[in-house]
Design a protein around this ligand. Structure first.
Ligand SMILES: NC(=O)C1=CN([C@@H]2O[C@H](COP(=O)(O)OP(=O)(O)OC[C@H]3O[C@@H](n4cnc5c(N)ncnc54)[C@H](OP(=O)(O)O)[C@@H]3O)[C@@H](O)[C@H]2O)C=CC1
Ligand SMILES: O=C(O)CCC(=O)C(=O)O
Length: 450
């Protein structure tokens, strides 16, 4: 299929050094080959050439004053990738590793993820190379205010609705919302993940992690299995990891690991969830402090990780939930997971498995849920927050959770049905990419050349 190859070659030339973006586009476009054979009209409308180009990208300077009175400067980004299905929707990431390529890969993934939810949301993403670690609350506030002082002119409840991602949680959304309100004079649903007494939705904080566990339960049910009684490996120790662990306990599984950027905790008796929340949500402390309360647990410092992978994936378990960051699970890790008896991998993070690791999972035909399907519960619940904001309601937790459960079951069904339609019933990567793409591509064709 020359145009898949040509598009990838052109991207590699026009977006040099954007390796994560290239990785994400290559996976999607390669999966679309069998669809293009059956439906040549997508090529006639140049859909893939259009879909890999963001509709709009803004890059801006963020200047702010630290506690010592020094002026600090960061780079800010918002990529408004595709609005065929609705207003741009996607989180903001504050992390020192952020580049324009990171934001583009996340925005590209978001297009298909949001389409899979079946809700009217387009794809976008943003962020900054700002490191929230070690900053005071006042410094975080001044940074967020400076960031929003530029971003506010590009967003709105019917245009583009940002939310959280790595380094952006309830505290940051609060400061960003306050500054938007001050600059525009409008109290409206321009961000999601808001505080519960000022427009937030019950269940949004928990939704990504809960959704990744619901997705795993759906994948296992299709194979006549369940999470109950399984030992589970979770990476990360942030929003997604914490609520993955919480839901695993609720469903009768035993999560035994978590990790942050400095190291991994392995607690064979099960992660102490209350302590994890205290350390990460309240104290913003390193995971090493877990040992003060649980000296019997094991701590593996990042410097002692295997050369070719991550410590979490070398521990024995039956189901795995990568919930930290991109490319955190290598080919060697994937092989170790299989050798240790893992039969289910559900990705809470975005693109956490390298391409080679994904190939290992697909080859083995285990229950493998790619991030754009398995972690879609977060953005889906953000859309439920938008719906509550526009009708000036707040729904009870039960209602939000029931909707989340249904959305995750529907996403699983769409991915599985589409995979079967294309002759690879176990390949949910193929299913997710084709099912998401078709919705966006059809809408783009119906809306004309824009
Ligand atoms: N929040 C959401 O609703 C959604 C998030 N996601 C994805 O889930 C993943 C986690 O996000 P979230 O939990 O919100 O973020 P948080 O900032 O709450 O937590 C991130 C966790 O991952 C660790 N981590 C981050 N970057 C690295 C790195 N480069 N190396 C090692 N560890 C790292 C952090 O360690 P430390 O504590 O040391 O910083 C932290 O424990 C991301 O891939 C995100 O894109 C996907 C869908 C929705
Ligand atoms: O809730 C949202 O709008 C976006 C969540 C997100 O960033 C993601 O799905 O990766």
């Amino acid at each position: 299929m020359p145009y898949v190859h040509d598009t990838l070659t052109r991207l590699a030339k026009s977006s040099p050094a954007q390796t994560e973006f290239y990785q994400a586009t290559e996976e999607v476009l390669e999966c679309l080959r069998p669809l293009f054979e059956r439906a040549p009209h997508y090529h006639q409308h140049s859909i893939i050439e259009r879909i890999v180009e963001p509709e709009r990208q803004v890059m801006f300077r963020v200047s702010w004053v630290d506690d010592a009175g020094r002026v600090q400067v960061n780079k800010g980004y918002r990529v408004q990738f595709n609005s065929a299905l609705g207003p741009y929707k996607g989180g903001l990431r504050f992390h020192p590793s952020v580049t324009s390529g990171t934001i583009k890969f996340l925005g590209f993934e978001q297009i298909f993820k949001n389409a899979l939810t079946g809700l009217p949301i387009g794809g976008g993403k943003g962020g900054a190379d700002f490191d929230p670690k070690g900053k005071s609350d006042n410094e975080i506030m001044r940074f967020c205010q400076a960031f929003m002082s530029e971003l506010y002119r590009h967003i709105g409840p019917h245009t583009d609705v940002p939310a959280g991602d790595i380094g952006v949680g309830g505290r940051e959304i609060g400061y960003l919302f306050g500054q938007y309100k001050r600059l525009t004079g409008r109290y409206e649903g321009v961000l999601t993940g808001k505080g519960l007494n000022w427009g937030g939705s019950l269940g949004r904080k928990e939704a990504t992690g809960y959704g990744a566990v619901y997705f795993a339960e759906n994948m296992l049910a299709a194979k006549g299995d369940a999470l109950r009684g399984k030992t589970c490996l979770v990476s990360g120790a942030g929003n997604v990891a914490i609520y993955t662990i919480e839901k695993l306990y609720e469903l009768g599984a035993k999560p035994v690991t978590c990790s942050d950027s400095k190291g991994t905790i392995h607690d064979p008796s099960g992660i102490d969830l209350g302590l994890l929340k205290q350390l990460k949500e309240v104290q913003r402390d390193s995971l090493e402090s877990y040992l003060h309360e649980h000296p019997e647990a094991h701590y593996i410092a990042a410097r002692d990780y295997p050369q070719d992978g991550h410590a979490v994936w070398r521990i024995e378990g039956e189901a795995a939930f990568p919930c930290a960051t991109q490319n955190e699970l290598t080919e060697a890790d994937a092989k170790t997971l299989l050798a240790n008896g893992v039969t289910c991998v559900s990705e809470g993070a975005n693109m956490p498995s390298t391409k080679e690791a994904v190939d290992v999972f697909l080859e083995a035909k285990i229950a493998y849920g790619p991030g754009k399907a398995a972690n879609a519960g977060g953005v889906a619940t953000s859309q439920l927050e938008m719906a509550q904001n526009s009708s000036m309601e707040q729904w009870p937790l039960d209602k939000v959770d029931q909707k989340l459960k249904q959305i995750m079951a529907d996403i699983h069904r769409q991915c599985a049905d589409t995979a079967s339609e294309f002759g690879e019933p176990d390949n949910l990567v193929l299913g997710a990419n084709i099912a998401g793409f078709r919705k966006v591509a059809d809408a783009m064709i119906e809306q004309g050349v824009i």
